[in-house]
Write a protein that binds this ligand. Structure first.
Ligand code: KIV
Ligand code: NA
Length: 263
């Protein structure tokens, strides 16, 4: 059955965990959805894992559109979610809409934007004009040069409160989904409980409404540094299909992420 915003909302209501993985091509798209992954994210992590860049900043909207088309062709039931690349969502709500519309025309069903409260106006602009939005809060990889590295976010009590306040504001602005990256498990839990919309964690603890990983990380094929929140699901498996099924099962059973993958 087709996964829509309504499916995701109902899964949260029913306490069913949502599985998301990144995906960049048609062959993996059909494999991942056959294994039960609900959301395929064309992440700008393609800069790292496909292009060999050291950050997501060099990725262009043309790159995102190309990979969105590839994934959309291989997908029938999963939701297709695409990232706005660096520079595509920061200038104005109007420019963001133009870029997001390119992704929607390429086959995306929702777009993802990095940023907190500052993006509320943009979220409202897009969602009142036909484009569902996922907001990416906590660690925002496009802001790596502001942080001076990939660091756990929301560490102090005030920062954790700001995260929650931002998430609530973005939900009020019309966001359908949240991705929350690299925050303490307690923050992941508090934000997931505070929101009516689903919160998908990556390094945000087991109490989020779902989980996401970069495909190349969870298959153990990315040669770069492995983050604490990554688990190689190929271990003990004899096929990629088996590894992805093990991931979906672990997310559904809340056996992933374990404490060793959390902050
Ligand atoms: O680009 C990406 O892969 C992402 C995930 C880390 C959520 O945004
Ligand atoms: Na991304």
């Amino acid at each position: 059955m087709k996964v829509t915003v309504n499916t995701l909302a109902k899964m949260k209501q029913d306490g069913q965990k949502i599985s998301m993985l990144t995906c960049y091509d048609a062959s993996f798209a059909s494999l991942l959805e056959a294994a039960g992954v609900e959301i395929l994210l064309i992440g700008d992590s393609l800069g790292n894992v496909i292009q060999g860049q050291t950050s997501t900043l060099p990725v262009t909207m043309d790159d995102m559109v190309y990979h969105t088309r590839c994934v959309a062709r291989g997908t029938r039931n999963a939701m297709v979610l695409s990232d706005l690349s660096f520079g595509a969502s920061q200038v104005s709500p109007q420019k963001t809409f133009e870029n997001a519309a390119r992704l929607m025309a390429a086959g995306a069903e929702m777009v993802k934007i990095e940023g907190g409260m500052v993006m509320a106006e943009t979220v409202d602009f897009l969602t009142t004009r036909g484009i569902p939005v996922c907001v990416h809060i906590g660690l925002q990889p496009q802001s790596v040069n502001i942080y001076g590295g990939y660091k756990v976010q929301g560490k102090s009590e005030t920062e954790a409160e700001t995260l929650k306040r931002d998430a609530l504001a973005l939900q009020a602005a019309g966001a359908s989904l949240v991705v929350m990256e690299m925050v303490a498990s307690s923050v992941g839990k508090a934000v997931s409980e505070a929101l009516a919309i689903p919160v998908i964690g990556i390094g945000a603890g087991v109490d989020c409404d779902g989980q996401v990983l970069v495909l190349h990380d969870m298959l153990g094929v990315y040669p770069g540094k492995k983050a604490r929140f990554v688990k190689n699901f190929m271990h003990g498996q004899t096929s990629i299909q088996g590894a992805v099924e093990a991931y979906v099962k672990a997310v559904r059973a809340s056996t992933f992420p374990a404490d060793e993958h959390s902050f």
